[in-house]
Each structure stands twice: as structure tokens, then as C-alpha cells.
Design a protein around this ligand. Structure first.
Ligand code: R1P
Length: 289
């Protein structure tokens, strides 16, 4: 079946609508960063650069690091952008853009997020690294898809019961990372835990400036959740969306977090640029191994 022009939109040069990329522009190993200015902070370490482009917040650079071909893309902030970036990247490798048909042979991408995040646990301090074992989806983007097969119903029910999660909010789906990529990136320098992914920075993450919260105790309840040793360790805005869409589309994903804040004890890193720079080099070296 041909995918219609209104559903799979291409630019006049044949590139995909938002990312401005053609299939030859991307590697199968991809790094996501939130901030478009972080792309150069990653690619400054590359041996060589073959391609770079930018449209809106989506800046892409492809090159090699220690001989490994890598693409770095900025996604901007939030799960809504991840929907665009992951679907368009998947289309570049798994849909023939000329015939508009799904290819018979599936190409698997390895997607590693290098992002900043806030720790929720007093014993996981600022300036440390954390790999997300799972993404806890508090924002609902994934619920537009058929998610039954990637859910963890027992863990989700335990979370709903522990927090008294309002049924007026979206269902808190929990999705696992890509184990092969976790094995590549994990070491004793890296904490591991469930990452909660909110659909906003203030109220959805329990921050109060002028607006009252639907549940003032939610962060404390998220903090104290522990189901068979599974703890929710940190809060950010992309991981569950990356994990969910990667699982559904048949890709491997892992989220590496530089913890720049600790919401449990109210501290903020004195030099957030350093922990991000350190995590970039750590991750590049692991990917190139
Ligand atoms: C919020 O300030 C942004 O920072 C975090 C959140 O997930 C959100 O995107 O990650 P990045 O630094 O990777 O953007």
C-alpha cells in the first residue's frame, strides 16, 4: 500500500518534512540531544564530519568518532518532538521514499539519548550519570499507538496504587530500554533506574511558581515508590517517548542522563556544563568500542 502524500510529507529535494534529511544522510547509530547547541559539543570530538543541516530545532550532523559512523540530532524539548523525530528517522530507513511503501527488510537503529535530568533520590547526587532502565510515561503521547505489547501492567498498577494516580490524567505506561544498548553503555560509573518522563517542565514535574498543583505530594510519592527493587530515579521530558516508539518500531534505545539537579534535597550542579561534557565523552567512547 502506498503511503499518501498527506501522511508522509517530503520536501521538494526529497528530504523528509521536519528533519530535512534524506536516507543517505544518517548513520544507523544515532545520538539524540535536546539542545541544538549540544550537537556541536558532541561532534567537536569527531574525526571527520560528512554532513550537517538544520530545520527549526532539529539540527543534524553525521560523521565518524574513532572510526564509528554516528549521527547526532537535536530533538528540542518534549515527547511531542520525539514523535516527529523517531517516526521520520524510521521512515528514512524503513520506508522507500520513492515508492512510498514499507521496505521488506527492516533496518534497526541504535538510538542513545544524551540529556540532562533531575535526580529524585537523595542517594543519587548531582553530577552523576544515570542510564534509564525504563521510561515511565506521564505525558500520554504514546497512548495514540497500540502499546499493549510493550507495557508492564503489574509495575504500572503498583505505581497507580502507590501514588493514587488520578484517572483524569493519562495512563502511566512503563516501557523498557533496548537491552543490547544498555549492555554497551553500562558500567560501575553509571546509576540505573526508572526515568519518569513528564509532558512539561513546571506543573507536570511538580514545580510551583504561581499555579497550584493537582497533587502537591506527587514527587514525594514518586520518590518513595519501590516495587521489587524498581525505583523511579529521575525526571525529564523525552525518555519514555524514545523507549516506547523505539520498541514499537523495532529499534534499540538507551537514555543517558547527566544529573544536574537533585529534587529530593534541592541542590543544583555548580558546573552543569562539566557533567554534560563528561557524559558526552563517556558515551562516545562506549559507542565506539
Ligand atoms: C528541560 O530543561 C529540558 O532538559 C532536559 C529535559 O528532558 C528537557 O528536554 O533534557 P535536555 O537537556 O536533553 O533537553
Amino acid at each position: 500500500m502506498n503511503i499518501q502524500h498527506s501522511e508522509l510529507i517530503l520536501n521538494p529535494d526529497g528530504s523528509i518534512y521536519h528533519l530535512n534529511l534524506r536516507p543517505e544522510h544518517i548513520a544507523t547509530d544515532i545520538i539524540f540531544v535536546g539542545d541544538q547547541y549540544r550537537v556541536d559539543k558532541v561532534t567537536q570530538h569527531f574525526d571527520s564530519i560528512e554532513f550537517t543541516t538544520q530545520k527549526r530545532e532539529f539540527k543534524t550532523t553525521t560523521g565518524t568518532y574513532k572510526g564509528k559512523r554516528l549521527t547526532v540530532i537535536s530533538t528540542g524539548i518534549g515527547p511531542d518532538n520525539i514523535d516527529i523525530v523517531l517516526n521520520e528517522l524510521d521512515a528514512l530507513v524503513n520506508i522507500d521514499l520513492e515508492t512510498r511503501q514499507v521496505k521488506e527488510n527492516h533496518t534497526q537503529l541504535n538510538i542513545t539519548r544524551i540529556g540532562t535530568s533531575g535526580s529524585l533520590q537523595a542517594d543519587i547526587p548531582v553530577d552523576s550519570f544515570l542510564l534509564s532502565s525504563h521510561g515511565l510515561d506521564l505525558n500520554g503521547m504514546l497512548l495514540s499507538y497500540q502499546v499493549k505489547d510493550i507495557a508492564h501492567p503489574e509495575l504500572e498498577e503498583a505505581f497507580i496504587n502507590h501514588t493514587g494516580w488520578s484517572s483524569k490524567k493519562s495512563y502511566p505506561l512503563i516501557v523498557a530500554n533496548g537491552k543490547a544498548l544498555e549492555d554497551k553503555l553500562m558500567s560501575d560509573k553509571v546509576h540505573k533506574g526508572i526515568t519518569a518522563t513528564a509532558g512539561g517542565f513546571y506543573g507536570p514535574q511538580g514545580r510551583v511558581l504561581r499555579l497550584g498543583l493537582q497533587d502537591t505530594e506527587l514527587n514525594k510519592k514518586i520518590d518513595s515508590f519501590n516495587h521489587s527493587g524498581n525505583r523511579i530515579t529521575n525526571l525529564e521530558m523525552e525518555t519514555s517517548a524514545i523507549y516506547g516508539l523505539s520498541k514499537l518500531l523495532g529499534h534499540n534505545a538507551a537514555s543517558m542522563n547527566a544529573l544536574i539537579a537533585n529534587r529530593a534535597n534541592g541542590t543544583f550542579s555548580e558546573d552543569p556544563g562539566k557533567v554534560v561534557a563528561d557524559l558526552i565523552l563517556y558515551t562516545l567512547d562506549k559507542l565506539a568500542e
